[in-house]
Design a protein around this ligand. Structure first.
Ligand SMILES: Nc1ncnc2c1ncn2[C@@H]1O[C@H](COP(=O)(O)OP(=O)(O)OP(=O)(O)O)[C@@H](O)[C@H]1O
Ligand SMILES: [Mg+2]
Length: 376
């Protein structure tokens, strides 16, 4: 085949392959790494680039060949990604690499492959993926908006219960103020102190509830951080207990897991707990002695959280569709059917999984498995 193409002419063969590379539909560049005295990569030189590379980066061969990247793009080290160190590893150790990265100088996203066929030299292949990244970003933003809208809708249904929960400490404050006002002339210092202490405790409780609500209503912009799952569950119950008490539903917790730190967004994790508790609450229509149990334990390297209710249960034919978006058995206007699908995407984004077992007439158990973040 080679003979047929080039008649044994090595020069023609070289030219042919070079032209193929120079006109290829992907950006191609050939470089030499530059090391300091300690053999650490500090810069790299442009030896060859193809036409597509010029188009993608806006850099022209005539201006950059023979020059180093720091001369051509002085901002190269400004972003978080260390291009020089990354390529240094390829050129020195011969390790092939593939990554997606934002390039600050071009304001573009690139899919990059880098490999070395000769020590201290390396080739890079660039594909512009900016459009795909924009679509992904828009999708993520839309999902965040949807999650937040669903959160606010849930918050609306909780408002009455939360008000009830705030009413109790308010009544205590009013009582204590009555005592101070009514007997202020012959109030003993000890009684005065007792009343002000009661006010302090009640005010602290109200501010905790308000704080919990504010965290819940906030838009979650944070990525995964180290979160104490038990603390989030307790904080959530602080503003939810009243809602359930009002409807004769008791919530019991058995948070026994010795390891309970997870890598999560606190607000999103809280959203999952609230969604599952809300579903359990709705499963008690016309039932008495409603009981919801939240149980945690550790299993291998996972934190297992179970939310167990003794509500109406879920018919077998619904179980398979339960996590589908818009699947709901609630009356129009009562539920969007998005709660569980949101729970599932949140839990999966934390590297975990969510499952359900249920028996009609007996109740349901939702089980969340999340990787433990730290053994502390
Ligand atoms: N603990 C539960 N007990 C009984 N049925 C449940 C339970 N949890 C979920 N379901 C069933 O799963 C369906 C889907 O739940 P999902 O949370 O996705 O939506 P929804 O609760 O109907 O609506 P929304 O969450 O928007 O209020 C519910 O309509 C209900 O039929
Ligand atoms: Mg729901």
């Amino acid at each position: 085949m080679k003979e047929y193409l080039f008649n044994g002419d090595q020069k023609m063969e070289d030219l042919f392959y070079k032209k193929m590379l120079m006109t290829a539909p992907f950006g191609y560049a050939y470089h030499r790494i530059i090391l300091d005295r300690n053999q650490n990569p500090v810069d790299y030189e442009f030896i060859e680039i193809n036409e597509e590379f010029e188009k993608l980066t806006g850099l022209k061969a005539a201006n950059i060949l023979g020059k180093t990247v720091k001369t051509v793009l002085p901002d190269i080290s400004d972003g978080e990604f260390d291009w020089i160190k990354h390529y240094g590893n390829v050129a020195i150790n011969g390790e092939r690499t593939e990554f997606e990265q934002y390039a600050l100088p071009q304001d573009k996203w690139f899919s990059v492959q880098a490999y070395s066929s000769k020590k201290y030299f390396f080739s890079t292949i660039f594909i512009d993926i900016t459009k795909r990244k924009q679509v992904e970003n828009e999708k993520q933003q839309m999902q965040a908006e949807l999650f937040h809208a669903s959160k606010l809708a849930t918050l609306g249904t909780l408002a009455a219960g939360v008000a009830h929960e705030i009413n109790n400490p308010l009544a205590i404050i009013v009582g204590a103020v009555d005592i101070i006002e009514g007997r202020h002339e012959n109030l003993e210092a000890q009684d005065l102190l007792k009343s002000t202490q009661m006010i302090r405790t009640a005010v602290d409780r109200i501010s905790l509830i308000v704080k919990g609500l504010k965290t819940y209503a906030r838009k979650d912009m944070e990525n995964c951080i180290d979160v104490d799952a038990h603390a989030v569950i307790n904080e959530t119950l602080l503003f939810l207990r009243g809602v359930y008490k009002k409807e004769n539903i008791e919530i019991k917790t058995k948070l026994d897991a010795p390891y309970f730190r997870i890598c999560a967004s606190k607000g999103k994790f809280q959203q999952v707990i609230v969604n599952l508790l809300n579903n359990a609450k709705d499963a008690f229509t016309n039932r008495r002695n409603g009981l919801i149990q939240i149980v945690t334990q550790t299993c291998d390297r996972y934190l297992v959280i179970e939310i167990i209710d003794n509500g109406v249960g879920i018919p077998a034919d619904c179980l398979a569709k339960l996590f589908d978006p818009f699947f709901t058995t609630k009356a129009p206007g009562k539920g969007t059917g998005l709660g569980l699908s949101i729970c599932q995407s949140i839990i999966e984004s934390f590297g975990g999984e969510i499952s359900v077992t249920s028996k009609t007439g007996t109740g349901s158990t939702f089980k969340i498995k999340l990787p433990i973040h730290q053994d502390k």
